[in-house]
Design a protein around this ligand. Structure first.
Ligand SMILES: Nc1ncnc2c1ncn2[C@@H]1O[C@H](COP(=O)(O)OP(=O)(O)O)[C@@H](O)[C@H]1O
Ligand SMILES: [Mg+2]
Length: 269
């Protein structure tokens, strides 16, 4: 893949739910091949909806997408071969071993039988889970599960890896650990990485390009250093406050998702 080619190209992309609510509102951005791109924003900003449109799970209301030269709305099958995804919510089978989770996924993605065993070994070694390959996933910590999901997402050798909030809910040490793998994948295997987060410092530390999304709109898109500079801010967190007039986590505490979680916990829907 040529270095200067855009791996992901998004133009005027929108998603309207229930005919009225604009979850994603006319966003455009480019992710250069071989780079790490952060999609940053508070809860409910539209990050997951965007990832779902990029990965063929949600049909856009309008706009266009190109992933590795293909259009997910026209060629969903082709696009699915070119990316791997780690979802926001856990998606492993807890009752299977790490190896079995990998093995069944390889079958699903049509990894040639003759290559499957070597690929699984390579990737489980990469995320340092080879010695745990025969353990049931339900015995794994949150960080181990995330590492296994990353390994599983790479079985079919995609050019792009999507990670939706890969470190949310993990302790700081485990978060750092996950980041060393992601950076290594980018540096050593040339993988294009698109990740979402509401941890500003992770985007600042790990991403070459950042787009900040708020209420479905991109409010800044550049290198972390340029965003910080043009907002006359001390860091990205400070830049977000200056651009929106509020803290990223205030929004989170009052978000609809949070209220829904509480309502569910009280047994009401
Ligand atoms: N299937 C859906 N139907 C209606 N509204 C939705 C649906 N999915 C997401 N939303 C709403 O769209 C907004 C963006 O959600 P989401 O993309 O999940 O945000 P984020 O991932 O940034 O937290 C939120 O207000 C959310 O409640
Ligand atoms: Mg989300």
């Amino acid at each position: 893949m040529p270095e200067n080619k855009s791996s992901i190209s998004v133009k005027n992309l929108s998603k309207t739910y229930d005919h009225t609510f604009k979850a994603v509102d006319d966003i455009s951005f480019e992710v250069p091949a071989g780079s790490i791109f952060a999609f940053l924003g508070p809860n409910g900003a539209g990050k997951t909806t965007t990832i779902k449109m990029l990965t063929t799970l949600v049909h856009p209301t309008s706009g266009s997408i190109t992933i590795d030269g293909m259009d997910p709305t026209r060629d969903p099958h082709g696009v699915r071969q070119s990316f791997g995804i780690v979802f926001q919510d856990p998606s492993l089978d807890d009752e299977l071993t790490a190896y079995e989770n990998m093995f069944f996924h390889a079958g699903l993605y049509g990894v040639p039988r003759g290559e499957t065993a070597a690929k699984i070994k390579d990737l489980l070694e990469f995320v340092e889970l080879w010695d745990r390959k025969d353990n049931l996933v339900k015995t794994f910590s949150g960080g181990m599960k995330r590492r296994l999901e990353i390994a599983r997402g790479l079985l079919h050798t995609p050019a792009v890896l999507f990670l939706d909030e890969p470190t949310t809910g993990l302790d700081p040490q485990t978060r750092n650990y996950i980041w060393t793998y992601i950076k290594k994948l980018n540096e050593e295997r040339g993988l294009t990485v698109f990740f979402t987060t509401h941890y500003m410092e992770e985007a600042e530390r790990s991403a070459k390009h950042v787009a900040i999304i708020d209420h479905g709109k991109i409010i800044a898109s550049d290198t972390p250093a340029n965003i910080i500079k043009s907002a006359s801010a001390a860091n990205l967190e400070d830049a977000f406050i200056k651009l929106t007039g509020r803290k990223i986590r205030e929004e989170e505490a009052g978000s609809v998702d949070h209220l829904r979680t509480m309502a569910r916990a009280w047994g009401r829907r």
